[in-house]
Write a protein that binds this ligand. Structure first.
Ligand code: F6R
Length: 262
């Protein structure tokens, strides 16, 4: 596991954008697993900027988004479809046919997640999976207690997650109770995983997930078992990692602390 703690959100986002850019430059037909939420907004801004500068070409890139609220049609203003269009897809040259997001408006959820799973498998596996982490340790919408063997599924959202989303939906009663999500098994099958964390509300859960024994109660903790995990946090989220005595080595510069965890 490689952990990088950056000084602030902007630095974290720039470093994350560099990781994704490197992936696309080295393998132009990369299959990228993408996350939504507040954390990767700066990453997407960085990628758009690199595209506009002519540094990056996405014409052969394939994307799979992690999740979507169930019973939220793609055109809904709070859908992750809309989020991705506005933050990334409208601004770069990923062919429409290469973009995959679970259809939250599908009548038959089981048919939809099975189809999504098959689509991922058609490409073999995800090359680089970008993840955020929920304050309860969820990754994708795999909430605490979710079995690790799910590839793609329909899951129940926890009250914590729904409460957190309530302001965006204008009240908890409007937040969907379920979501379609890529499961832990598919995440763990990705060649590389990039976990991003920002803000003090993530400090406790990030250190619990990375420094304690893996447990299904903290879904992100499974990532410790991934052979190629990079974590990029800002200082607020990474604070408790930096202080732990289990660090094998770390070096401190003005605005960066980078180290390997045992
Ligand atoms: C979103 C997703 C979620 C978020 C997590 C953190 O596609 O899969 O797991 O990454 O809820 O959300 P933010 O970044 O808003 O703190």
């Amino acid at each position: 596991m490689r952990v990088i703690v950056k000084d602030n959100y902007q630095e974290m986002s720039q470093e994350a954008a560099r990781v994704v850019a490197r992936q696309v430059l080295l393998k132009p037909d990369s299959v990228l697993g993408l996350a939504t939420g507040k954390t990767p907004i700066g990453l997407y801004q960085g990628l758009v900027r690199m595209y506009e500068l002519g540094v990056l070409d996405f014409s052969r890139v394939v994307t799979f988004n992690l999740d979507e609220y169930y019973r939220l049609p793609p055109e809904h203003p709070n859908s992750y479809h809309r989020y991705m269009q506005e933050r990334l897809f409208e601004h770069v040259n990923i062919p429409e046919g290469n973009i995959h997001i679970p259809n939250g408006g599908a009548e038959d959820a089981e048919a939809e997640y099975k189809h999504y799973d098959e689509e991922i498998k058609r490409y073999g596996r995800i090359d680089l999976q970008v993840l955020g982490i929920g304050p309860n340790g969820h990754i994708g919408f795999n909430e605490p207690g979710t079995p690790w063997e799910i590839t793609v599924g329909l899951v129940q959202l926890s009250e914590t997650t729904r409460n957190r989303e309530a302001p965006r939906f204008g009240g908890i009663e409007n937040v969907p109770g379920r979501a379609l999500t890529i499961g832990i098994k598919t995440i763990m099958h990705a060649r590389k995983v990039l976990l991003l964390a920002s803000g003090s509300e993530k400090a406790d859960i990030l250190s619990e997930a990375l420094l304690n024994a893996p447990t299904p109660n903290i879904p992100a903790s499974v990532l410790q078992l991934h052979p190629c995990l990079s974590v990029i946090a800002d200082r607020a989220a990474g604070e408790k990692l930096v202080k732990k005595p289990t660090l094998k080595s770390f070096r401190t510069q003005e605005a960066i602390q980078e180290f390997e965890l045992i």
